[in-house]
Write a protein that binds this ligand. Structure first.
Ligand SMILES: [Zn+2]
Length: 455
């Protein structure tokens, strides 16, 4: 009953009438789009892309300058092959052209500010208008429904919560918001056995319909439940995101919670990129909202081959991300999914190499925590967290002139609260962070395995 009222009465009233938003309209639109044929979706995507390219050239100083420099005009781009000539947008380009990348039409509308530590450990700040946000929320809602979620159902989240000392007002607003949306957040930053035990009890009382979380914390919780043989609530689905999901992790999580795991891939700059449907045959790309390329040396790779992921956000006119290389590697597919959706499949991805950090007093800290913490300091160009021994954490930093030495103490203080006083934190200022053998940057590396003591 509550779910029905939420979906048909409260949300439409709030979204369209009170806030003047179009989120629910977008939800309906993207819901229809998923059932279009592959060809119809490609046509929609290409039309949206061309409109964005023309706009970016006309209005966005950064693109006008870059395209004029190489003598390219949006009208020259008639096929996907032509689009390969459009310059790639790197994280460094965003850092150096933050103003020039914004459209003057949208400057006062670019109200959503965000930042990413990125899966490669290179912080970037960016903005986007509310209308782009509405599309993003709609695309996320579409895939949440594949996992058994719907408006008004109970959702539990096991992921990071902002540690900023927020004022009481916004904090209260968030609490009311979560209460009305029947959402419970379990902070995954520092998982001790005591915390995990509390969370599992909380889940049993709350009885969520779906659980969404960072992959490694979900896995740690599943291992904890398994080793203690604890009861867990019956759920429709579990969404694993933000980190690589390995088969052994999926098996454990599904076995322990007796619910299917839906692997999902996204990044903070673009939010949802791809997600598994109920057939788990790969991840459907969010292709009506983004244009995806999988490249090696600026040439598309074949289906089944690994390529660098390059994405264009088709709805963000405020600060267009066109051919943005986010640093992840993915494998495009060419199979059709039995579900009948026309959204193309990505076979897999290689990225998000985030190990959990284990502390001497038995806490498990998600790798995502370091990304969220370190992006708050200006001047950090690249970082890596390495744990060779349980009591010692090494933070390697590549910095520029904006970085101030006092940030180290601030980092130590914030980090100390999460990893505990028994962990020794050491900083190493380095010139570069080396790549792994597979060509990826590892953001957190730990040699300490996840293992619970039998107490
Ligand atoms: Zn499918």
């Amino acid at each position: 009953m509550y779910a029905w009222l939420m979906k048909h009465l409260f949300l439409p009233l709030y979204d369209a009438h009170l806030m003047g938003r179009k989120t629910l309209l977008r939800v309906r639109e993207v819901d229809c789009n998923q059932w279009l044929s592959r060809e119809e979706l490609e046509e929609l995507q290409w039309t949206k892309l061309q409109r964005l390219l023309r706009y970016a050239y006309e209005k966005v100083p950064y693109y006008r300058k870059r395209l004029d420099e190489i003598g390219l005009h949006p009208e020259d781009i008639r096929t996907p092959r032509d689009f390969l000539h459009w310059p790639i947008l790197e994280k460094q380009d965003i850092r150096e052209n933050f103003e020039a990348l914004q459209s003057p039409d949208y400057r006062h509308l670019n109200t959503i500010k965000s930042a990413t530590g990125g899966s490669t450990g290179e912080p970037v700040h960016f903005v986007y208008p509310r209308e782009a946000w509405e599309w993003r929320i709609a695309a996320t809602a579409r895939t949440d429904r594949w996992a058994g979620w719907d408006f008004g159902c109970k959702e539990a989240h096991l992921w990071g919560v902002s540690w900023d000392p927020e004022r009481l007002g916004p904090r209260l607003k968030k609490k009311v918001h979560d209460f009305l949306l029947r959402r419970r957040i379990y902070n995954s930053w520092s998982l001790t056995e005591e915390v995990l035990s509390r969370y599992v009890q909380g889940l049993n009382r709350f009885k969520p319909d779906v659980l969404m979380g960072y992959t490694n914390p979900l896995f740690v919780m599943a291992r904890f439940v398994e080793e203690r043989d604890l009861p867990v609530p019956r759920m429709r689905g579990i969404v694993a995101t933000a980190e690589m999901l390995y088969d052994y992790q999926r098996e454990t999580i599904e076995k322990v919670f007796q619910a299917p795991v839906f692997n999902r891939y996204g990044c903070r700059e673009l939010m949802l990129i791809a997600s598994e449907c109920e057939y788990h045959q790969g991840m459907h790309l969010n292709s009506d909202n983004q244009y995806h390329e999988f490249l090696r040396d600026n040439e598309p790779v074949e289906a089944g081959e690994v390529g660098e992921i390059v994405i264009t956000d088709l709805n963000n006119y405020g600060m267009p991300f066109i051919r943005y290389r986010n640093g992840d590697l993915g494998i495009p597919g060419n199979r059709t999914c039995p579900c009948g959706r026309g959204l193309p499949l990505m076979e897999g991805m290689q990225g998000r190499l985030l190990d959990m950090i284990v502390t001497p007093d038995g806490r498990y800290v998600a790798g995502e925590y370091f990304i969220r913490l370190l992006k708050t300091f200006p001047g950090i160009r690249h970082f890596q967290v390495v744990q060779e021994a349980v009591e010692r954490l090494e933070i390697r930093l590549v910095t520029d002139s904006q970085f101030r030495p006092e940030y180290l103490e601030e980092t130590r203080r914030s980090l100390g609260q999460i990893v505990g006083a028994r962990t020794r934190i050491e900083f190493q200022m380095v010139d570069a962070i080396p790549l792994t053998a597979s060509g990826k940057w590892r953001v957190t590396v730990s040699r300490i395995p996840v293992h619970f003591r039998s107490t």
